[in-house]
Design a binder for this molecule. Structure first.
Ligand code: ATP
Length: 740
């Protein structure tokens, strides 16, 4: 079947079209359908082939991924930077690094670029500003092929979620070639960083970021008593010996060592640690405990990540506990700005090189410590117990040297500085006479013997010339003037040279003089270094002006002290004023409250009185009504009595008349009634003493009731009965009467 037939068979209406075509002539539709089917088939086949190819390739390729958060990334970037094919990329991006501070791989990259493209990557500033170097590197998501030990490596840089990743693929049966690559990259990195120390700062994610790479500082540049320096160095070396770990393990002692360097500011604590790291070839891992994001959990995680054989530095240990001074998790509430300030100071104090190398642009990895700390809120819950646990808890790393510094040892909890946590304590004080001399000698190194000899010969010749001139008295005045001018020029040139070229004994004399001029234990080494820096071109001048400097420093201190005191006094005055105002406000408020209270009481009393008056009036009204009721009842009672008497008299008359007419035997009912009536008549007093008693009688109609009153029986209308008595009482009296 040809392609047209195939297309026709695919389309359900194909045969219909064919038929219609035969009859209606729709032949124009064929070509587009043909093209559509052919195109679709080709594209599908291409995709299938490409996916099969990549599947095939991937099944042969071994790929390793390196994240910039981990050290191998730096090693490999450093290695790649030295590969010529890495620089041949046709798509590249540029980045800058300062000459004073940059990642090692950027240096390597720059050096390689400089070789390839000449010095056009660097613009030297004639003013002496630290130069910014331009580094070229391939752009992200481009693949490069690099040959390594008989294998072609496919290298690709990419970035996911802000983190740069390096992927290296190779066609190989095992991953040995990739392991060899990583090891070689590491070796080369370490070789190139031999003369530098790496500094890592802790970040808020609980991991360490490479922050800086510094030149090693020679231990000899630290002006400290030799035995202190020697003791510190030997102790560290002894700890780092390979056998030490077993020694510690055999005795069940945790393989850790802590050093507490404490004392006045600017006395060389940080510098000593820097020099020690260089001497022992260790990297420095810094944790700034006063950072707002440091809490028990992040600290424990950081401590667990500290590698063995490194220096773990906790600067200004006391600053961490301005927030929490006890073992509880209480926050003492240092303001956040203050904490940030402390944090910045601590970072800069480490980064400021002892050799006064300004750090202009410290290239940190993409997540810088500052940006994190700024973005985070102060949810700090670092407690002393948290710190203690992270220092020597079960998760704490082993094999590291812990160095902690503080200016205020008294602020530390004894638990923190006890042996086991801080095994060696070293106090740093203000400069002694010996330190002053040593600092001077370090600052002005003696010139080589040859240079000094040449200078001395020149001086002698000049001296001889001057003597000759003085001896020749016959010379003219003009000649004498020009000669003296030329002699003075030579002398000043020589004295300028003399200020810089000094033999060691001469310098020692000057150093002693310098130390004699400055009082011991009054100025820090940092302060003296600052003074000497001002006179770095002339050691003689440095000695000559030392006395004046001491006076000016004292005056400055005095002034600062006065200003501080004044400020404190002013603050105190303001505080007292505020307190006084507050007191007055409170007093006023108190008075106002008291007045309101009094008004409230008066109002209440008035209300009470009005209520009492109302009650009194009500009572009076009630009494009046009761009295009226009583009077009415009495009146009615009297009328009833009279009526009764009348009735009784009438009854008696009637009885007599009936008796006379026809006496009949009394019925039982009548007898009972009579008995009842007589009994009731006999007990009026007892009934009246409680309440008026009422009895129903067969002789009474339903509309009236006979009632016993103290005065006798009363017939009252039924309408009044409800108000007057109750039926129960009537029944009770009746039953009582029956019993009797
Ligand atoms: N003993 C010393 N020997 C050599 N240099 C010193 C010494 N003490 C101080 N310095 C110099 O003074 C400067 C500050 O020193 P450093 O930062 O080491 O002092 P610190 O004691 O750590 O101060 P702080 O307690 O304020 O952190 C550095 O430039 C350093 O070179």
């Amino acid at each position: 079947m040809d392609i047209t037939g195939f297309a026709r068979s695919l389309l359900p209406w194909g045969p219909q079209i064919n038929q219609q075509n035969q009859y209606a002539g729709f032949g124009a539709l064929y070509d587009p359908i043909k093209l559509f089917v052919i195109g679709g088939t080709v594209e599908t086949s291409r995709r299938l082939a490409s996916s099969a190819w990549s599947h095939f390739i991937n099944s042969f390729f071994l790929t390793a991924h390196f994240s910039e958060e981990d050290f191998p990334f730096d090693w490999l970037m450093h290695w790649l930077a030295k590969q010529p094919s890495w620089h041949r990329s046709r798509e590249f991006e540029t980045t800058t690094c300062s000459s004073s501070s940059h990642a090692l791989w950027k240096t390597a990259q720059f050096d390689a670029d400089a070789e390839l493209w000449g010095e056009n990557g660097q613009e030297d500033d004639p003013t002496g500003k630290p130069s910014m170097k331009v580094v070229f590197r391939p752009t992200l998501d481009t693949t490069h092929t690099i040959f390594f030990k008989g294998h072609w490596l496919r290298v690709r840089r990419s970035r996911t979620s802000g983190i740069e990743t390096l992927s290296i693929s190779v066609i190989a049966r095992s991953n040995t070639i990739l392991k060899a690559l990583v090891l070689q990259a590491k070796r080369e990195y370490e070789q190139d960083s031999e003369h530098r120390i790496q500094i890592y700062f802790a970040d808020s994610h609980g991991s360490f970021r490479w922050t800086d790479s510094r030149h090693k500082r020679p231990m000899s540049s630290i002006v400290l008593e030799e035995e202190t320096k020697g003791m510190l160095l030997n102790d560290c070396k002894d700890f780092l010996r390979p056998e030490s770990e077993k020694w510690y393990a055999d005795r069940g002692i945790p393989y850790r060592r802590g050093y507490l360097l404490w004392g006045v500011p600017g006395s060389g604590k940080t510098s000593s640690i820097h020099a020690m790291a260089g001497e022992l070839d260790l990297d420095i891992y810094v944790i700034t405990l006063s950072s707002s994001w440091v809490n028990d959990a992040t600290l424990a995680s950081l401590m667990a990540r500290v590698p063995a054989r490194c220096i773990l530095l906790l600067e200004d240990l006391d600053a961490a506990f301005t927030r929490s001074t006890t073992r509880s998790k209480k926050d003492t509430g240092v303001p956040r700005e203050q904490q940030q300030q402390q944090q910045q100071q601590q970072q800069s104090s480490l980064l400021m090189d002892a050799n006064s190398m300004p750090y202009s642009s410290t290239h940190m990895h993409h997540h810088t410590l500052n940006s994190h700390s700024q973005s985070l809120t102060d949810t700090n819950t670092l407690s002393l117990s948290g710190l203690l646990n992270s220092l020597d808890g079960v998760a704490a790393s082993e094999g590291r040297l812990l160095f902690a510094t503080t200016n205020h040892i008294t602020r530390l909890d004894p638990a923190l500085s006890r042996p086991g946590r801080m095994d060696v304590w070293i106090e740093f004080r203000n400069a002694t006479k010996w330190q002053m001399e040593s600092l001077f000698m370090n600052f002005f190194p003696s010139a080589p013997r040859e240079a000094v000899e040449v200078l001395e010969r020149e001086e002698e010749a000049l001296e001889a010339e001057r003597a000759d001139r003085l001896a020749a008295t016959s010379t003219s005045a003009s000649m004498s003037a020009s000669a003296s001018a030329s002699t003075s020029t030579s002398t000043s040139t020589l004295s300028g040279a003399r200020a810089q070229i000094m033999s060691e004994p001469a310098l020692r004399v000057l150093a002693k003089k310098f130390a004699d001029t400055i009082p011991a234990d009054e100025f820090s080494v940092a302060a003296l270094q600052g003074y000497l820096l001002k006179h770095k071109t002339s050691c003689v001048k440095a000695v000559e002006e030392a006395g004046a400097w001491v006076i000016s420093e004292r005056e400055l201190r005095e002034r600062l002290k006065r200003e501080k005191e004044e400020k404190e006094r002013e603050e105190e005055r303001l505080r007292l004023k505020e307190e006084e105002e507050e007191r007055k406000r409170e007093e006023k408020e108190g008075w106002r409250r008291k007045r309101e209270e009094r008004l409230r009481l008066v109002k209440e009393q008035e209300e009470m009185r009005a209520e009492e008056e109302e009650e009194r009036l009500e009572r009076k009204e009630r009494e009046r009504r009761e009295k009226e009721g009583k009077e009415g009842r009495e009146k009615e009672g009297k009328e009833g009595k009279d009526a009764k008497k009348e009735g009784a008299k009438k009854d008696k008359d009637k009885e007599e008349k009936e008796k006379e007419a026809a006496p009949a035997p009394p019925t039982a009912e009548k007898e009972e009634e009579t008995l009842e009536a007589s009994m009731l008549r006999d007990t009026p007093a007892s009934a009246a003493s409680t309440a008026p008693t009422t009895s129903t009688s067969s002789s009474t109609s339903t509309s009236s009731v006979n009632t016993a009153t103290p005065g006798g029986w009363v017939r009252i209308p039924a309408s009044q009965v409800q108000n007057f008595v109750k039926e129960e009482m009537v029944a009770a009296v009746l039953s009582q009467a029956k019993e009797v």
